[in-house]
Design a protein around this ligand. Structure first.
Ligand code: 13P
Length: 287
């Protein structure tokens, strides 16, 4: 059964480790992540962007697929199904469809409207036993070839949003989605420490988990980060393994046209990436 991310993140914050959010795109991705979490006895969060949700035919299909896998793969570790960077409409649709967690990214609304919508969604999530994530300070990244720097969140604003009753808070600390540019300044631990001081026991979320050096990940966890999002790194390992398989001509051997065979090396590569991250984040054995 899907669970809210609240309990797993409260435990992570207290135990000074982080739960990984791994984004899913299809059946293979989902199966690889769930099997790895089960094998390592780790809690896990499956992230679904609005685009990935559309690709997988819509949120109801995603819920059906994940619930089916939990049962048929015998998954017993805590699993949350979480909308990643959701719009107001997307958040409502995921609540309806049976997700167990949502992120509402209302930063493009005027602050009053953002607060009002966040409050409304917090109330619905509380009633349904779901977790809700909010974001303060934009998380940069590559868009149309332009790499934007990650903005640092204002700790006062973080406190204000945390006080609306959200379960977890993504505060921008110089992190960005996708690959980090060579001249990246690194994470702002000063901002993180200030946010942590203002928000107390609230689990903090680090987006853009791909390519952050290990020592920075460990320091961020020690300063209150208890959820780390990873997407690009799984995509890169999938791509690399699939390309190697094709370039070696293996897809042309025997029943190489079989899509199950073609997707297998990439799926194994995702498993290895997820394992590496769970070990780094310290969530192994914490289910
Ligand atoms: P990366 O793609 O950089 O791993 O970031 C993932 C993320 O933050 C999803 O919300």
């Amino acid at each position: 059964m899907l669970v809210s991310a609240e309990e797993m993140l409260t435990k992570a914050k207290a135990g000074k480790y982080a739960v990984g959010q791994f984004n899913i795109n299809n059946l293979e991705w989902t199966k690889a992540i769930l099997l790895t979490a089960q094998e390592l006895n780790s809690p896990v969060i499956l992230g679904v962007s609005e685009g990935a949700g559309k690709y997988m035919c819509g949120y109801k299909t995603v819920v059906g697929m994940v619930n089916g896998m939990l049962e048929e793969l015998g998954i017993t570790v805590p699993v949350a199904l979480h909308l990643d960077h959701g719009s107001y409409e997307g958040a409502k649709a995921c609540i309806e469809a049976g997700f167990s967690s949502i992120m509402f990214d209302g930063s493009h609304y005027p602050i009053e409207e953002n607060v009002e919508k966040t409050k409304e969604l917090v109330a619905i999530c509380k009633e349904k036993g779901m977790s809700i994530e909010a974001e303060v300070g934009s998380i940069g990244g590559e868009e149309d070839g332009v790499v934007g720097a990650g903005e640092c969140a204002d700790p006062e604003e973080c406190k204000m949003v945390a006080d609306l009753g959200v379960t977890m808070l993504a505060a921008g600390i110089g992190n960005i989605h996708g690959k980090y540019p060579d001249n990246w300044a690194g994470l702002s631990f000063e901002t993180l420490a200030a946010v942590q001081e203002k928000t107390g026991t609230m689990p903090l979320v680090l987006h853009g988990g791909t390519g952050i050096p290990e020592d920075m990940i460990k320091k961020a966890i020690s300063l209150g980060v208890s959820k780390i999002n990873v997407n690009t790194e799984c995509q890169l390992s999938f791509q690399e393994a699939t390309r190697a398989y094709i370039e070696a001509g293996k897809d042309l051997e025997g029943k190489g046209f079989d899509p199950r065979k073609l997707l297998a090396p990439g799926t194994e590569a995702i498993k290895a990436t997820v394992k590496e991250k769970m070990e780094l984040f310290g969530s192994v054995g914490k289910a």
